[in-house]
Design a protein around this ligand. Structure first.
Ligand code: ATP
Length: 453
């Protein structure tokens, strides 16, 4: 069962993203550039945490995966051989009434008749394929042969560099090549905030193997990827695995799973995990005339490796984290007044800011210098936010909205003024429970590190 769309919740999330500096419309002061988004100070940290954690578990912590970083501008021949130039398209229709261009497979239906979602018109053209690739002209001459594409996925540069990586990294099958980077698709209808944009980032692994290992590795990677999402704080019951039916799968794929998440606008794909057989390497070997095969020392056989590909979207993962984290609750303050607390319940590993440091009063030099000292100790290890202005309750609330899991208050107890036993301790406030406890300054770093890594 698909979850019910909740547009009100989505509006609140989009508005918080703008208000708190997670995500802004690109070129906003000029009216916005449709399908493009800019990440603000909090958003860029969140996104970086997603990418860093992916790189850590997919590359650094494994013996069998190496990384690469390919160019975005791509030789036309690469995307001709991969099939993108001829077939990377979505079906498009025009609405004759309001002239909107629409994706044919996403049209709403009423009484079995397809309608324009803009004006409700039913006078639509036949569907025709619209190629999603952005092309550009390379160099100064306006030679039509000088076309290059902005890559529509990161994967192709991995296939094209397969031999170079194999020869230099000296890996034996099975092994993988991973990449994180921008991809571009001229989507007909960018929508749902950053879910479907025209410029986005992907995190892709091409895991090369022997033909007989393909199906087993498809299962393995699906499970690994589910674990990844759980480890960044997305509960398993909000994730779904769709076995892509034969008719919807690329013709060369022997099996594909979509990992989906229950977004407020419905259940949608976060990542595809596909067993792509030897299709890509074969295509590039044929088109380039360069061997892209593998020599097996044990069996003395030469063959083109097969590949399993987990392909995830960075922005979609960020959106899932934002949607998952957003929470409102009613709290009662010390005076018995109740108010709504907005809190982003990010997993501490993903939170853009790990800890807020607050001297109780900004005009007390001792409190401020102690707080500054703590900031200096923590900063090399984590993102710290220092804030000395306003009531302490208000400072906590601002960090709740940013999703900062911990707050430290440096008060007169810290200085030993009230109780000698509390000298050198601070108040640690936990975002989710709002519980406060006294912690020794000397214990802070190891304690926080254990909870954020
Ligand atoms: P969709 O069906 O939603 O268009 P897709 O199946 O074409 O996606 P893939 O080609 O499998 O997507 O790309 C792999 C991943 O890249 C997707 O699972 C998604 O996370 C991300 N991605 C693809 N297109 C976009 C986009 N327009 N905006 C943001 N992320 C995208």
């Amino acid at each position: 069962m698909n979850s019910k769309p909740d547009s009100q919740r989505m509006e609140k999330i989009v508005s918080l993203c703008k208000r708190r500096g997670f995500i802004f419309q690109s070129s906003e002061i000029y009216g916005g550039l449709n399908g493009c988004w800019d990440y603000g100070p909090l958003g860029v940290e969140l996104k970086r945490n997603v990418k860093d954690y992916w790189w850590r578990v997919m590359v650094r912590e494994r013996d069998d995966v190496v990384g690469m970083d390919g160019s975005i501008l791509t030789h036309r021949a690469v995307l001709k051989a991969s099939g993108h130039e001829d077939t990377f398209s979505d079906p498009m229709v025009d609405c004759r009434t309001c002239k909107a261009r629409l994706r044919a497979d996403q049209l709403p239906e009423k009484n079995g008749v397809k309608q324009c979602p803009n004006c409700g018109g039913k006078d639509l053209t036949e569907a025709r394929p619209f190629n999603l690739m952005f092309s550009t002209q390379m160099g100064a001459s306006a030679n039509p042969d000088a076309i290059a594409y902005l890559r529509p996925e990161t994967a192709q540069s991995i296939f094209v560099q397969f031999k170079n990586v194999l020869d230099t990294a000296r890996k034996k099958l099975p092994f993988g090549i991973a990449q994180i980077g921008k991809a571009f698709r001229n989507e007909i209808n960018p929508r749902n905030f950053i879910f479907r944009s025209r410029e986005f980032e992907q995190m892709e692994l091409e895991y090369f193997c022997r033909p007989e290992q393909g199906m087993e590795l498809l299962e393995y990677w699906k499970e690994e990827r589910l674990k990844f999402y759980e480890n960044i704080g997305i509960p398993r019951d909000k994730l779904h695995v769709l076995t892509v039916p034969d008719a919807d799968r690329a013709f060369y794929s022997k099996g594909t799973y979509d990992i989906e998440y229950d977004f407020p606008f419905g259940r949608q794909e976060l990542e595809g995990v596909a067993y792509r057989t030897d299709y890509d390497l074969k295509q590039h070997q044929e088109a380039s005339g360069k061997p892209l095969d593998y020599f097996d020392e044990e069996t003395k056989q030469r063959f083109i490796p097969h590949v399993v590909e987990p392909s995830a979207g960075v922005d979609r993962t960020v959106l899932a984290l934002l949607c998952n984290a957003y929470d409102e609750e009613t709290v009662t303050d010390e005076k018995g007044k109740s108010e709504t607390r907005i809190v982003m319940r990010f997993h501490p590993r993903m939170a853009p800011v790990k800890v807020g440091v607050f001297p109780l009063l900004k005009n007390n030099e001792q409190l401020v210098s102690k707080a500054r000292e703590i900031v200096a100790t923590l900063r090399p290890h984590m993102n710290v936010f220092y804030d000395e202005t306003g009531a302490i309750g208000r400072r906590y609330r601002r960090q709740d909205e940013a999703g900062t899991p911990f707050g430290l208050t440096i008060d007169f107890e810290t200085l030993g003024e009230k109780d000698a036993a509390l000298l050198g301790t601070v108040t640690l406030r936990e975002r989710d429970s709002m519980k406060q406890e006294r912690v020794k300054i000397s214990d802070l770093l190891p304690m926080l590190l254990a909870r954020i890594t």
